[in-house]
Design a protein around this ligand. Structure first.
Ligand SMILES: Cc1cc2nc3c(=O)[nH]c(=O)nc-3n(C[C@H](O)[C@H](O)[C@H](O)COP(=O)(O)OP(=O)(O)OC[C@H]3O[C@@H](n4cnc5c(N)ncnc54)[C@H](O)[C@@H]3O)c2cc1C
Length: 437
């Protein structure tokens, strides 16, 4: 209950809530909300703090759900698994593995809580697959008046459509029921390829692979391409040796890259050659492993990030514009651009709502100037109707977002119905959802 400062992973958001609650059951979640109501305070649920935007900032009362974790129920035949909202993806993946199950698709880290991840539209890559929220069968939420509602495609479907990517704006999610799949092994093929070739083959490659993505270092000519595909059931995984994993992931991709970033931050004229070096030393590797071990990577180098979903067919135009303009920026860029894909879905505030999407994520090493780069990026992706990831840095307000989401006002309407007094407000929501009517 004591006050205490909170900051997010990237250090881009800080909160000083007046009090904290760490509930261990839905009754305590309800009590935290109703006591805030009695005192006239706003409330935010806090996940692992891995959003770059101030979306999780609790201005008055914070609810930390780390004590409300674990799998509650699992039906291995149907794959339906109900999980407490504070469960991290790491714990969830481990728990599912013991049941012979897995999530169909994942992003590239596993530190997030399940509720935090779905609430911002967290996604991985795969042209036939959606983000994590598309894998939800049902949700249970504690609302502003302390009551609990269940929702699914057939039970309170409007709340379901809003709450799957709900920005923490409708209530506190207490449980999530996920549609899981039998555990599977992915074969991973990774290696550098000329960027031109990757762009020419992008549409075909995105369709031909279960999970296709690439990283482009802005001053290099090569892209690091990753193709992950399911292998037939029963095939034994052939992971990289522990030594190779240590050398390539921990030493090269984290510690060495961190050193290069520090050098670039201290001596900016070195950034271009260092960036070219980073892209030229990439070596190919192929292995296979249990799906979550292939999806998830270790990320110890801190960065700031913005990511937009654009109509998939606009990727060539957008990347072409970035290639022309990024080299002209006064402040050089240390990190690569990440490109992923996802299938269209029907979730109201999902970045892939109604359209097959390509995701472009841009990053900069912490402590290096990024404003002009991120502004340039937003103007380029904005020209093709780009939609920002709710958990990654962007400058859009409700007026601009309304133009990009056909169901934006439906979301606001459902929110007004379930939280008429704005119990779950914070400054970020006031900006992106606009004033209450
Ligand atoms: C290194 C790194 C890698 C990343 N990789 C990816 C990636 O591959 N793909 C991708 O799409 N994103 C990625 N992200 C972004 C990240 O997945 C999202 O920002 C995600 O929301 C973070 O989850 P969290 O548990 O930290 O939630 P927080 O950031 O703590 O909270 C996010 C939102 O969820 C709400 N929330 C949390 N718990 C609840 C609850 N119980 N009920 C209601 N609302 C709740 C909060 O109020 C807030 O609005 C990455 C971020 C980092 C730092």
């Amino acid at each position: 209950m004591a006050a205490g400062q909170w900051r997010n992973w990237a250090g881009t958001a800080i909160a000083n809530p007046l009090r904290w609650h760490r509930p261990n059951d839905p009754g305590q979640i309800a009590e935290a909300i109703t006591s805030a109501e009695r005192d006239g305070y706003t409330v935010r649920a806090v996940g692992s703090g891995h959003s770059f935007t101030p979306i999780a900032v609790a201005e008055q009362v914070a609810i930390d759900l780390s004590g409300w974790s674990g799998i509650i129920a699992a039906e291995t035949r149907s794959g339906l698994v109900t999980v407490r909202s504070g469960t991290t993806l790491r714990a969830l993946n481990a728990g599912l593995a013991t049941l012979g199950l897995a999530l169909e698709n994942l992003g590239d880290i596993d530190a997030q809580t399940i509720a935090g991840a779905i609430s911002t539209g967290t996604h991985g890559t795969g042209a036939r697959l959606g983000g994590l929220a598309t894998q939800i069968e049902a949700l249970e939420l504690v609302l502003a008046d302390g009551s609990t509602v269940s929702c699914s495609a057939t039970e309170r479907p409007e709340v379901f459509n809003a709450a799957r990517v709900g920005l923490g704006a409708l209530g506190v999610i207490s449980t999530v029921t996920l549609r899981c799949v039998p555990a599977f092994v992915l074969s991973a093929q990774e290696g550098p390829e000329p960027l031109e070739q990757v762009l020419d083959g992008f549409e075909q490659q995105a369709d031909a692979n279960d999970h296709f993505e690439f990283y482009w270092f802005p001053y290099g000519r090569k892209a690091l391409v990753k193709r992950n595909n399911r292998v037939p059931a029963g095939t034994a995984p052939q992971p990289l040796s522990a030594l190779r994993q240590y050398v390539e992931y921990e030493i090269m991709e984290n510690r060495m890259f961190e050193l290069l970033c520090r050098l670039g931050r201290a001596v900016p004229p070195l950034v271009r050659p260092l960036n070219q070096l980073s892209s030229s030393v990439l070596s190919p590797r192929s292995y296979s492993d249990h799906s979550h071990r292939v999806f998830v990577t270790s990320r110890t180098v801190r960065f700031v990030e913005s990511e937009y979903a654009i109509p998939r067919e606009a990727l060539g135009e957008v990347l072409g514009e970035l290639r022309r303009q990024v080299p002209r920026l006064a402040d050089p860029v240390m990190f690569p651009v990440e490109v992923r894909v996802a299938a269209a879905d029907d979730i109201w505030l999902s970045t892939a709502n109604g359209r097959d999407s390509a995701y472009l994520a841009i990053h900069q090493y912490v402590g290096m100037p990024y404003r002009s780069y991120f502004d340039l990026f937003e103007s380029i992706v904005g020209a093709v109707g780009g939609r920002p990831h709710w958990g990654k840095m962007h400058s859009l307000d409700d007026e601009r977002l309304r133009e990009r989401y056909p169901r934006f006002d439906d979301f606001r309407r459902v929110r007004a119905e379930v939280d008429p007094a704005g119990r779950f407000d914070n400054a970020y929501l006031r900006k992106v959802l606009g004033p209450r009517t």
